[in-house]
Design a protein around this ligand. Structure first.
Ligand SMILES: [NH3+][C@H]1C[C@H](O)[C@@H](O)[C@@H]1CO
Length: 628
């Protein structure tokens, strides 16, 4: 039995404590949160004439399709186009299909919004007019919904738009988007197409917006912040491939896209503006990273070359918070629909610069920090964990520092301690003004070292034990986020992840529920209590929602057997019945596509008094809500 008593002493819990870390990994952006349904919609960065250039595309009927470098590109950003050639004398239906990002959802009641650019490089002397049919169909050819799209041959690019509404829901996502036309209409013609796009309804109805079910899943966590755009995907394989904000704003036809750092093309249709608008719609605030001169091939920009990236970072920040009436970058923001500045308090300079500690410590950190702090003194600048040990050896001394931990339930490396035992890592740190951002953490293997494809209850409860340390030390831990956040079940480069999705399903992992419970029951004040030992299998935390007069008693039991905790509160609650929520499951339990709800939270009632005795089941996180 663990006896826990409280003083009324404690400290504020920062509102930023629990949030989300995001980068486009595992198709979490393109093919995930970004709602575009067409993969390879503008043939960005591909090599014309190769089969890879046609990823996700296939011909319908006798048409010949290939990716070409257009003789008159739709824009300088999009030089490639789909060439669609129809032999003379063709009479049967011809066209082409797209298989989406490993499938396309067909959902009853959804009105889909489509568009494409097209032209006829060598139009016939007498214009040809006809109609395309745009449709959603099964791979077997059953058409679920369609729209007629009139066209007239022209050597200049035209943009067609259309909508169609699904009347049925298909459980299978083995569906295709198709554009087709009667062969006799276009016999002998070669046409070009690009930026072929199809959107479902989006979160908050935003144009070029985010997938609804994934947004709702994240909203259910009430996250405080969103760290973006990376993570490794900020850095590029080379500086030329980095995430460069200017390439991600403005009209879609002007966004070139880039080769992302996780093995697939980033369309950058999910760009800086879309991130910021969605973050605002979701009630979060950004923790925005700026490129800091290190890329994943191991090269650092030379000190003499830093000004380019300093200017780029200043412009990126001005896009977010600049005055649109005086600043050119802010004017782009206004032209896209957000005249007022977005909320911005935190900037992270780089990512995991412990891979290049010398150049980061010698000049990359100082060059960017000094320039940005001078330009925007009101913002907080986060240094990436450039050195091991407990404090960064950087100058100027950072106030905010991002730590990353990937470990097994017991062992942790960065802070040289243990994950479950590591719940006391921050307790041992001196309060010298340094604020910690646990920017990435997750149980990634079993204690045996076996890799995890999905989080499992043992690891999720170990994370919960560690997170009790975030609550307890939230005087120096200002933010924490699990990573990675999302993975497409059909294209994953890193496991485990918090949320696994397919084109039409979302699976909340056991770690998702741990993150959700800590975020929902964060409170605004932490009550100091009986200290515990690092090796204890039971951890606890009590926070208070002062305005609601509610206390959140979190109990974490990482043992497989039950443990009893007796709380003696510094007050006698007037409500003698409390409601609790618990996440618990047998060792090894995982939520997976075949067992999505193997472990989900459940609620219970308990007797609330000055003394509360709680028997915590093995492998459990419980939150007991007591009302004054
Ligand atoms: N290597 C991890 C650390 C890096 O910051 C992320 O991109 C990766 C997974 O989220």
């Amino acid at each position: 039995t663990f006896d826990v008593t409280f003083s009324t002493a404690g400290h504020d819990v920062p509102p930023t404590l629990y949030g989300l870390m995001f980068e486009d990994i595992n198709h979490s952006g393109d093919g995930g949160l970004y709602a575009e349904l067409i993969q390879n919609r503008a043939f960005q960065t591909v090599t014309p004439g190769t089969s890879a250039a046609l990823t996700a595309w296939a011909a319908l009927g006798s048409a010949k399709i290939s990716v070409v470098k257009s003789s008159s590109p739709v824009s300088s950003a999009l030089p490639n186009a789909l060439s669609f050639a129809v032999a003379s004398g063709t009479t049967s239906t011809v066209g082409f299909t797209n298989s989406g990002y490993f499938g396309i959802p067909v959902t009853a009641g959804w009105t889909y919004t489509g568009s494409f650019y097209y032209r006829t490089p060598s139009p016939p002397a007498t214009k040809v007019s006809g109609s395309f049919t745009a449709d959603l169909r099964s791979t077997g050819g059953t058409v679920f919904t369609s729209a007629t799209v009139p066209f007239t041959t022209s050597s200049t690019w035209q943009q067609a738009t259309f909508t169609f509404t699904a009347s049925s829901t298909q459980t299978s996502v083995e569906n295709l988007f198709a554009l087709s036309v009667g062969g006799s209409t276009v016999a002998g013609l070669t046409m070009e197409f690009t930026l072929i796009s199809l959107f479902p309804p989006t979160f908050n109805g935003r144009e070029n917006g985010f997938r609804m079910d994934l947004s709702e899943t994240l909203l259910d966590m009430k996250p405080a912040f969103f760290r973006f755009p990376g993570g490794n995907n900020l850095e590029g394989e080379t500086a030329a491939d980095r995430w460069a904000w200017e390439n991600t704003v403005g009209d879609l036809v002007d966004r070139p896209g880039r080769v992302g750092d996780w093995g697939y093309i980033n369309t950058d249709g999910l760009g800086l503006y879309e991130y910021l608008q969605w973050i605002e719609d979701m009630g979060m605030e950004p923790i925005m990273a700026v490129y800091a001169g290190y890329s994943l091939n191991g090269a650092s920009v030379a000190s003499s070359g830093m000004q380019t990236y300093i200017t780029e970072a200043i412009n990126q920040i001005n896009f977010v918070i600049g005055d649109a009436s005086t600043n050119a970058q802010a004017a782009i923001r206004a032209s896209m629909g957000h005249a007022d500045p977005f909320t911005l308090n935190y900037i992270e300079i780089g990512n995991e610069d412990f891979f290049s500690p010398t150049t980061y410590a010698d000049y990359r950190w100082a060059d960017l920090y000094n320039a940005l702090h001078a330009e925007f003194p009101q913002l907080h600048y986060i240094a990436t964990s450039a050195t091991s040990g407990n404090v960064p050896t950087l100058s100027p001394t950072p106030t905010y520092w991002d730590l990353h931990i990937y470990s097994n339930p017991i062992c942790l490396t960065i802070l040289k301690d243990f994950f479950i035992n590591g719940a006391f890592n921050f307790d041992i740190l001196s309060r010298n003004g340094l604020q910690f951002f646990q920017g990435e953490y997750a149980t990634t293997t079993e204690n045996s070292g076996a890799a995890l494809t999905y989080p499992f209850i043992d690891g999720s409860i170990a994370e919960a034990a560690y997170m009790a340390g975030f609550d307890r030390n939230s005087d120096i831990v200002f933010a924490a986020s699990y990573a990675p956040l999302l993975n497409h079940v059909s294209s994953t480069q890193w496991t485990p992840d918090l949320i696994t999705f397919s084109p039409n399903t979302v699976i909340r992992s056991t770690s998702y529920y741990v993150q959700q419970l800590y975020s929902l029951y964060k409170g605004d004040f932490y009550l100091q209590s009986t200290t515990n030992t690092a090796s204890s299998s039971v951890q606890w935390s009590v926070t208070r929602d002062t305005s609601a007069g509610q206390y959140f008693l979190k109990v974490i039991n990482t043992a497989t057997s039950a443990n009893t905790v007796v709380f003696t509160l510094p007050f006698t609650p007037s409500h003698t019945t409390g409601t609790g929520t618990i996440l618990t499951a047998p060792s090894g339990t995982q939520n997976t596509p075949t067992s999505p709800n193997a472990a989900v939270p459940s609620t219970f009632s308990f007797t609330a008094g000055k003394t509360i005795t709680y028997n915590a089941p093995g492998l459990s996180l419980s939150v007991l809500v007591v009302t004054e």
